[in-house]
Ligand binder design. Sequence first.
Ligand code: HXC
Length: 258
Amino acid sequence: MAYETIIVEIEDHVALVKLNRPDALNALNAQLLTELADAMGAAQKNDKVRCIVLTGSEKAFAAGADIKMMSEKSFTEVFTEDLFGPETAEISRVRKPIIAAVSGYALGGGCELAMLCDFIIASDTAKFGQPEVNLGVMAGIGGTQRLTRAIGKAKAMDMNLTGRFMDAEEAERAGLVSRIVPAKKLMEEAMAAAAKIAEKSMISVMAIKESVNRSFEVPLQEGLLFERRLFHSTFATEDQKEGMAAFVEKRTPQFRDR
Ligand code: HXC
């Protein structure tokens, strides 16, 4: 698929996916989400890719779902086409890690898209918010669900009910973002984090992603059992033998994803 609303570059083992609707602050429309889901699926299938970085522009990661696209839609339309459902489900099925590198606005669907990623590295200019309430609607891709799990009820209610924005400092304090970096260093830091992940055994990496995500779905004892069995299963891999041997022999491991 030729993309018009995103740019995909593969550097070493990292797929860098850049949202590219600068005139609309990367607002998410049907085309962008379809292209994004396709690019994520392609990155999942591409053996060369070991980590994905999703980013926007300096001014906006994404300023939300495209309001102009949505403004005339009826309930019947959005319900029947399951607006935003299939594409976001496809992105959440990607088993390789996805880092969101967020600069500027991450609002509404933009904040939700960042939360669909595995962790968020924010520039010091980042602003997060769920301002859908100002439009007479509400969040629809996780703003009341993933955000609540990430930052707790008090702040999630505050953000969703008032529509206020959270700056990078507050987002880090609240647990929404994993690190803050100066705007100029954002991509360098995100690509370095991705390169570090790309050095690991993909089996460990994918198992970790699956296990952390599982913690949101199941009770603690079930999650701990799931984790422990996955941990046990890594002993069936050559990478476990190599990783531990390399430690003992004081050398860098050469993982082969098997
Ligand atoms: C469509 C958008 C847009 C959006 C910005 N633009 N956000 N177009 N959908 N979400 C467009 C503007 O219309 C404008 O186009 C151009 O981008 C630049 O935006 P400005 O408003 O001129 O920029 P600025 O004054 O710097 O303000 C930036 C901003 C503001 C604070 C981010 O644009 C804003 O409040 N945007 C909307 C944020 C929002 O409400 N997001 C939630 C959307 S609902 P023109 O052509 O006029 O130059 C949502 C639902 C999720 O996300 C749930 C899904 C199921």
